[in-house]
Design a protein around this ligand. Structure first.
Ligand code: ADP
Length: 229
């Protein structure tokens, strides 16, 4: 199978108060197109940092991230943003919706940035897909956590991403709402073949994927198939 993501000898360090903090230490792995992958590990082990690097939201101190055979480190910030807009979806634990925009407008933003046509109708379709067409004119503060996460899913789905990164997508949700969000994410994989890379504390969610990568102290300590095909 074709690799959609290739991480080679990735390091990330931060300088703080005269010390160098190594957050990621020589991480290498590949992700096949269409697969579902979970990244697990204790709090502070570097999972969020790793996800941000894989998605091109941040740059590595050392090492290479190749997305669709393109070395993200070789691109200007503008070109990297273009790559993200074209191929990547990202979901945050705290949703990161723009508070002054309605649900509909939040979904319209990336469509507008890409210069697409009929963005109002497209955004309504996307909200409908996540079961929120009737909340389109609500502001984030007027929506429950689960509804906000579904708006952020609609926004992440808007470019039909080849790869979806999700950082604790169910971390702030109750069990029933988590199920809905997980189903939407896995449906995207089944229906559109979108590759999934999920950071999660939820071992039941991790067990639903094809493969579990464990990170500890910034190192990749295990990489195992779950047996799900
Ligand atoms: P996880 O997602 O596994 O909880 P993170 O990737 O969020 O871990 O953080 C890993 C480590 O990197 C933590 O010790 C955190 O404090 C540190 N860290 C993250 N971002 C920064 C930053 N911008 N500056 C300094 N340290 C950071």
């Amino acid at each position: 199978m074709e690799n959609i993501l290739k991480i080679s000898n990735l390091n990330k360090t931060y300088k703080s108060a005269g010390h160098i903090l190594t957050v990621l230490d020589d991480i290498s792995f590949t992700v096949t197109a269409g697969s579902t992958n979970a990244i697990v590990g204790p709090s502070g082990s570097g999972k969020t940092t790793l996800l941000g690097l894989c998605a091109g939201l941040d740059s590595a101190t050392d090492g290479i991230v190749e997305l669709k055979d393109i070395n993200l480190g070789s691109l200007t910030e503008d070109k990297r943003a273009q790559m993200r807009n074209k191929h990547v979806g990202f979901i945050f634990q705290n949703f990161q919706l723009l508070p002054t925009l309605t649900a509909l407008e939040n979904v319209m933003v990336p469509l507008e940035l890409r210069g697409e046509k009929n963005i109002n109708a497209r955004a309504i379709d996307l909200l409908d897909k996540v079961g929120l067409a009737d909340r389109s004119h609500h502001y984030p503060a007027q929506l429950s956590g689960g509804e906000q996460q579904r708006v952020s899913l609609a926004r992440a789905f808007s470019n039909s991403p080849s790869i979806l990164f999700a950082d604790e997508p169910t971390g702030n949700l109750d069990a029933e709402t988590s199920e809905k969000v997980i189903k939407l994410i896995f449906d995207l994989n089944k229906e559109a073949g979108t590759t999934l890379v999920l950071v999660t504390h939820d071992l039941d969610l991790a067990a639903k994927t094809n493969r579990i990568l464990k990170i500890k102290g910034g190192k990749l300590i295990s990489d195992e198939k779950t047996g799900n095909e």
